[in-house]
Design a protein around this ligand. Structure first.
Ligand code: SF4
Length: 702
């Protein structure tokens, strides 16, 4: 009870790193996060007492010396392109808001609303993403609003909407993933990217569940697998179609389920016909016997969870890859029941909610509502007094091309760092330099903010109220443990001020007020109120249509999300990746995360504990390949693709085939996206991040 202790704030909140959605008590004092303690397990459904190293120790960024504390305005004499802190001067909020207003409205007056675009952020809350898309659609009147979900699971969303209805994980983490009889995990480095979820899997495997891991890289989870199968990057449709074929041919499919709950089975059967185990072996290097064994394990298990992440999604065939895994789950009847399901492991803390459900996307309104639905448009118009633009806007990667083509002149970015996260960075850098006006709202002067005309200082997740939706569709509360530094403000407040300057009287006193509007406009969040979230400490899983709806722990118990209630088999066509290795670029480069860092690293690169573990970028090279190229462990090497080149340190290790190397995505020095190309999946517009052909040379070879 002394004065010193009374200044310590405690907040029961949700982790701001990955989408597992771990809950804990966050302690803060004088702007600094002191640490975390386990929350009451009743309010921590995904993690109980566990957290990973990021959730536990990843908070130094909150009071980092270079947090933005005041709005910044680019100096008159600053050169074009990126400038450091010295290229900006501090400004009052009034001036900064005025400048954003002037910058965007001048462009709009001259070129029309469609010359402006808005980028939203999965790191921010549901309420903030809802407001940001409203800012684009209502205030600016532009259809060009998108967010980083485009870059991670847009292909998952597109494929699941076509096959089962909702673009989301069908099941729960604890009760289903934690208790299933069998796993097929592919394209996911679960132990590093979703650590607490991986812990659940490992425990259940120790208790007897079967684990099959299929991946080009032999990572942490593979050590616990009953069967690890190495594949060639980018050939996933082949082995999944092959499994389906084998299952049907051997009568291992779930006939009753297929008959009662699905459509178009015959089309699937026909499409998978060419994928014999031998044919699959030829295409993917998966041994025929291994494929058969895995297919048998999956098809004979009582329940199976199909888990995947960006190894499946970030391809020009991303949507087809997810169609194929959905077909596999349907063929084996692993949907609509406990301990089974399609588990897309979503990446960022709030990518399911903020990046998906809240609709900061150019082709769907909030709640995945159809832009072409007159009734839906009228509902928004009644609430907003303005009809949202109903033409499909530009997807995120298209926005940067549009700037370079002279079709977009102004951009507003909330919490996104495209000059590290976009494919083909030169293209993104050129675009940000070319813009007539750019405003960036963030907690740091990120690599992208350095291009801005105005930088607005935002609050971090440890400083605000709101909700995040985790990967199992669970909406959970976020609460502040510390005050924001200087004059930084929650994104919600900044957006409200901006809208006001444009003449829109947004009346929200709290995040709960925004949720009221979400309740009325987004049916799947219809009953998700703050009053309930205070009471129901486990959070609520959508769809939750009204106050009396308890929410939906696992999807499709009775019906799939289509009018006739039936799931659709959508056969997946096979195609080779566009950038295949050849004589000039003989090695296949894959990208991904490491345990100690997060995305473009703006937060984790400011956390000493994490930097001590992995201080810089690297490329993993197989010992045989290293030998062949004359490269020693820890030596700096040059990696070149058809797109660009970088210099990184070599980590010689045998996690993948000799012909496959890996570079993480978290660092500006040795940025992997200098190498990646801008080919997109035609359905979801997700970039082809996962397969890039490169050559590697020691630095002393010219
Ligand atoms: Fe946070 Fe994910 Fe780690 Fe849990 S597993 S503590 S949600 S980063």
């Amino acid at each position: 009870g002394d004065a010193r202790l009374s200044r310590i704030e405690k907040a029961e909140t949700t982790c701001n790193y990955c989408a597992v959605g771990c809950r804990f008590e966050l302690y803060g004092k004088d702007g600094e996060v002191l640490g975390v303690r386990p929350a009451d397990p009743d309010s921590a459904p995904a993690n109980d007492f566990s957290t990973c190293v990021k959730g536990k120790f990843g908070y130094d960024y909150v009071d980092a010396d270079d947090r933005l504390e005041k709005p910044l305005v680019r100096k008159e004499n600053a050169p074009d392109g990126p400038v450091g802190r010295e290229g900006f001067r501090e400004a009052s909020w009034k001036e900064a808001i005025e400048r954003v207003y002037e910058g965007l409205s001048e462009i709009r007056d001259e070129h029309g609303s469609e010359s402006l675009s808005v980028i939203s952020s999965s790191k921010t809350t549901n309420e903030e993403n809802f407001l940001n898309q409203k800012f684009a659609r209502q205030v600016l009147g532009t259809p060009h609003v998108d967010n980083c979900a485009r870059l991670c699971h847009s292909s998952t969303v597109a494929a699941l909407q076509q096959t089962v209805g909702y673009g989301a994980m069908t099941n729960r983490i604890n009760e289903d993933i934690g208790e299933t009889d069998c796993y097929l995990i592919t394209g996911s480095n679960t132990t590093e990217s979703h650590p607490v979820l991986a812990t659940r899997i490992k425990q259940n495997v120790r208790d007897g569940a079967d684990l099959i891991v299929i991946d080009p890289r032999e990572m942490g989870l593979a050590e616990h697998a009953d069967q690890y199968i190495r594949t060639t990057p980018g050939e996933d449709v082949a082995w999944m179609n092959g499994m389906i074929r084998y299952i049907i041919e051997n009568d291992l499919h779930d006939e009753e389920f297929i008959e009662e709950r699905t459509k178009h089975f015959d089309e699937l059967k026909e499409k998978v016909e060419p994928f014999t185990p031998e044919q699959v072996e030829e295409l993917t290097a998966v041994p025929a016997e291994e494929l058969k064994k895995a297919a048998e394990t999956i098809a004979t298990a009582d329940t199976c969870i199909f888990g995947w992440a960006m190894g499946l999604t970030q391809h020009t065939t991303g949507t087809r890859n997810v169609l194929a895994i959905a077909d596999l789950a349907l063929v084996t009847g692993n949907l609509g029941k406990p301990r089974a399901g399609l588990s897309a492991f979503r990446g960022q803390n709030n990518v399911q909610g903020g990046g998906g459900d809240m609709g900061p996307a150019p082709h769907r309104l909030p709640g995945y509502q159809d832009l072409g639905d007159e009734e839906v448009l009228q509902k928004f118009e009644d609430e907003w007094g303005e009809r949202p633009p109903n033409d499909v806007g530009l997807r995120l990667p298209e926005q940067f091309h549009a700037v370079n083509d002279g079709d977009l002149q102004g951009m507003f970015i909330m919490g996104e760092n495209p000059v590290l996260s976009e494919p083909d960075l030169d293209n993104a850098e050129r675009a940000l330099t070319k813009l007539d006006f750019l405003a960036v709202q963030d907690i740091f002067l990120t690599e992208s903010a350095e291009y801005a005309d105005v930088v607005l200082p935002a609050a971090s997740a440890a400083e605000k109220d709101g909700t995040f939706t985790n990967t199992e569709r669970r909406i959970q509360r976020v609460r502040p443990a510390v005050d924001s530094p200087g004059k930084a403000k929650p994104d919600q407040e900044i957006l409200i001020q901006l809208a006001r300057r444009f003449g829109y009287d947004w009346e929200y006193d709290s995040a709960a007020d925004v949720m009221d509007e979400i309740n009325s406009l987004v049916p799947i969040y219809g009953g998700v109120t703050y009053d309930r979230l205070e009471e129901e400490t486990k959070g609520i899983q959508w769809p939750c249509f009204d106050e009396d709806d308890p929410g939906t722990p696992y999807l499709y118990e009775d019906e799939f999300n289509f009018e006739d209630g039936k799931a659709r088999f959508v056969p997946a066509d096979y195609a080779k990746p566009p950038d295949m290795p050849d004589e000039e670029y003989p090695i296949t480069l894959s990208s991904g995360r490491v345990l100690y860092h997060w995305h473009t690293g703006t937060m984790t690169r400011r956390v000493g504990t994490l930097m001590n573990h992995v201080p810089e970028s690297f490329v993993t090279i197989h010992p045989e390949m290293a030998d062949q190229l004359g490269i020693d462990d820890q030596e700096y090497v040059r990696v070149q693709s058809r797109q660009g080149e970088i210099v990184v340190k070599a980590n010689v290790e045998d996690t993948s085939d000799p012909g496959v190397v890996f570079i993480p995505m978290h660092f500006p020095q040795g940025a992997i996206n200098k190498l990646t190309q801008h080919e997109l999946d035609p359905t979801s517009f997700i970039p082809q991040y996962k397969v890039t052909s490169v050559r590697i040379t020691p630095l002393d070879v010219p």
